[in-house]
Design a protein around this ligand. Structure first.
Ligand SMILES: C[S@@+](CC[C@H](N)C(=O)[O-])C[C@H]1O[C@@H](n2cnc3c(N)ncnc32)[C@H](O)[C@@H]1O
Length: 221
């Protein structure tokens, strides 16, 4: 698909705003990321990029429009069916999109993800899901890859954002909206490192706890 074609399809998608989710009352609704996030994804994808997200919806369709080798993990089968129903008549090819239906925490250990160049965390927002999603998705990312954390107006996603803002190995790339942050992985990270190598966790911990543990970060306070 040529660049104009993708731009046209994104504009059409934003105009259509298909309701791909179900609200608490069972009525169709869209819980999509903001247009800015969709545009950002659109601008940073090239065909064949390897990507993944927790949750599914408009974002999944934008990944598909670019021919990304994309994995979308959602615990709701009906969403995948609505995405397919929207894409089929419009010729949006989902053949490189893999839907994995299940709770992300259950799915990740056997999902076989690797080589991820762009990742969107926008699944379950309750504790501890965004942290688990980050743990597994970032382990599967390539150095240089982009990670988008959505819904930072919620404490869980905001804590993840605040952690990453200080964490070595992550570079803050952009605030995409008041509730979406993007980071670039700049170095292979040790996910099993202790809290003393996590500046945000160290700083947020009590003075007594900090005093009891030697840390290279203590000198900052
Ligand atoms: C905010 S919506 C995602 C919106 C989507 N990014 C878009 O742009 O339309 C949240 C998504 O998380 C999914 N979800 C909720 N709990 C989940 C879980 N435990 N594991 C995986 N996905 C989950 C929902 O089914 C829904 O697709």
């Amino acid at each position: 698909m040529c660049a104009d074609g993708v731009a046209g399809r994104l504009a059409e998608l934003l105009a259509d705003r298909p309701t791909l989710h179900l609200g608490a009352d069972g009525a169709p609704v869209s819980f999509a990321v903001s247009d800015r996030v969709l545009h950002f994804i659109d601008q940073h994808l090239t065909p064949g990029t390897t990507t993944a997200e927790t949750g599914a919806g408009l974002s999944t369709i934008v990944f598909a429009m670019h021919g990304a080798h994309h994995t979308a993990i959602t615990n709701k089968q009906d969403e995948t069916e609505r995405i397919e129903a929207y894409c089929a008549p419009r010729g949006i090819d989902l053949s490189d999109v893999t839907f994995i239906v299940g709770d992300s925490a259950d799915v990740f250990p056997n999902a076989g993800l690797s080589g991820l160049q762009m990742v969107l965390i926008d699944g379950r927002h309750a504790f501890p899901s965004p942290f688990l999603d980050w743990y597994y998705l970032s382990r599967a990312m390539v150095v240089g890859g982009l990670l988008i954390v959505d819904d930072t107006q919620l404490w869980t996603a905001r804590a993840l954002r605040d952690f990453l803002l200080e964490q070595p190995g992550w570079q803050h790339e952009a605030e995409l909206s008041p509730q979406s942050s993007c980071f670039r992985l700049t170095a292979r990270i040790d996910h099993l490192a202790e809290w003393t190598s996590q500046p945000y966790v160290f700083r947020q911990s009590s003075r007594q706890a900090r005093a009891s543990r030697p840390s290279r970060h203590r000198s900052r306070r």
